[in-house]
Design a protein around this ligand. Sequence first.
Ligand SMILES: [Zn+2]
Length: 651
Amino acid sequence: MPFQEFKIDDLEQFPKELETLLASQLETIELLSKNDDVSYAGVIRPLKDLDEELGNFFTPLSHLNSVENSEATQKAYEASLPQLSKFSSTVAQNEELYAKLKKINANNAEEKRVLEHDVRDFVLSGAELSKEEKKELEEINLKLSELGNNFSQNLLDATNAFEMILEDESDVAEIPQSDLALAKTEVEGKTVYKFTLQIPSYLAYMTYGSNRARREEMSRAYSSRAPQNAEVIDQLLKLRQREAELLGFESFSAYSLATKDAPNTDEVTKFLEELGEKAQPQSKEELEELKAFALKTDGIESLQSFDVGYYSEKLKKEKFDFDDSMTKPYFEQSKVLSGMLEVVSELFAVEFRAVELTLWNEKVKPFDIYQNGALAGRIYFDLEARESKRGGAWMHNWETNFVDAKGEKHLPTVFIVCNFSPSTKENPSLLRHDDVVTLFHEMGHGIHHLFGRCNEYAVSGVNGVAWDVIEFPSQFLEAFAYEKPILKRFAFHHETAEPMSDELLNKIKDTKNYQAALGILRQVEFSLFDFNLHKKLYQGEEVQALLNGIRETTALLPVPEYNKFQNGFAHIFAGGYAAGYYSYKWAEVLSADAFYECLDEEQGFNQEKADGYLKYILNKGGSEDMSSLYKQWLGREPKVESLLKLYGIEA
Ligand SMILES: [Zn+2]
């Protein structure tokens, strides 16, 4: 049996079984920490086999909880999480194990990498600290997670506290039916429209709401939410700075880079500033065009930030006269999927063969992957939306390509999960072009894991890959989903089988780059604020001053005094993105640069270049720094200009 069978016998018993597994793993770890063996094969391999065993056991539950959620999966999942976090903190505090790790010698580069990561992670969890410092670190971590929760809670309360009731039909005349249906409600027997600060509702009014004063009202409410978070931010920043110092770093940004691919804090800031500068001239042009359009359309003399979404949408309609409904009939799900698999097969010389398996849902499509005629991996596509599935799209890796302590070879498996419109007996599932892009994106992550060819579990596939480059292979593949030769392979009308016209194919690409420079400037603003904010300790008014300084380059319209965007920036104050928001753009430089390297205008891709991408990037997984792999592949560094080119920006 080359692959794990996907099944959970008894959800109710799951937490109990997990407890037994973790207890037995702790015993093994204890033994491995105490015995005299200091060989890689005798200590590290068996330790990593435990990671694999735990991953194989737990992934089906976390997966099921996301794609076939029920009270039973939730219960099992919630009962498992505290056990896992207790387990990992017990292992991280195992001083004997840490002392032993430092004595082990690696026999090759892959093993060396695994050891480096392990020692690094021990150090980052405080292994080199005194007893008192360890205690302080532990308290900081507790406090940080509390503050993160407070931040989210304040934001949630503020979001829910606001509503805007519109009675006048003319105020909602341009809102699309589906959004309007959600806003429609009855108050004292009268039909009114309620808009809130929940993202879909907020965006619906900011994009299609014709009453300017109402847009300002929404915008003001949204950007001044949760003023009490200013105090939370101060506390968070103070504790993060202290945490970084305890662990021997100058700043939290420097600490964040300890596990990332970016070389140092100055490089990150320099990169973001350069990107902002290069996007600025075109951004100004995009904004001028918008201003002229708003003046012509409604006599708006002075365009404000709360007008941008509304007029942008109108201008887009006028320029392109294009929407999803025009391309949807050409993107039938099963055709898109088989077309994409065909592309991947040709590019990387593999074969996908559908297999019959009983899985968590009958809509799931599993394929075995063959390379040179030999079985090499498995992929499960679960593409359609249903009530029991969490929203969004993602790749989830399950098994990994590696060799275990007994010398046995394991094969990789991944899940690709999306939320496309469901197919029925009468109607096929038709995708928006955005959905096609999403599928390519997740497949890019999928093949990064599936085509990993390392022997060491901890650095094979996506394992051990730094966070700021993890989006490289996904964004790389995604870029092909806009290319004519690629789309032509599967874009046929689902009823008439007619191929998509060149006019439509062109529009797909043209609309992609609409206001692209403005979009980049916005990302640069978020990233620079996040990164620089963590480069030294900022408190109180200094936080706003830093943001204002950045906006001198990135904000082309005046930002109102009441706008306290930072109090709602949950990614960095309540999520895992602190001093890491730059990663999106950092990885995109690699993906754009690699894309132009591999692009062939006629074929869609250049076969020879794809071979190199497979060999130097995908096969190597996390076994070396991505920047170094990239250099080995092309003999040069990636160029920022490629990213601008991808967005149609001339620099
Ligand atoms: Zn991704």
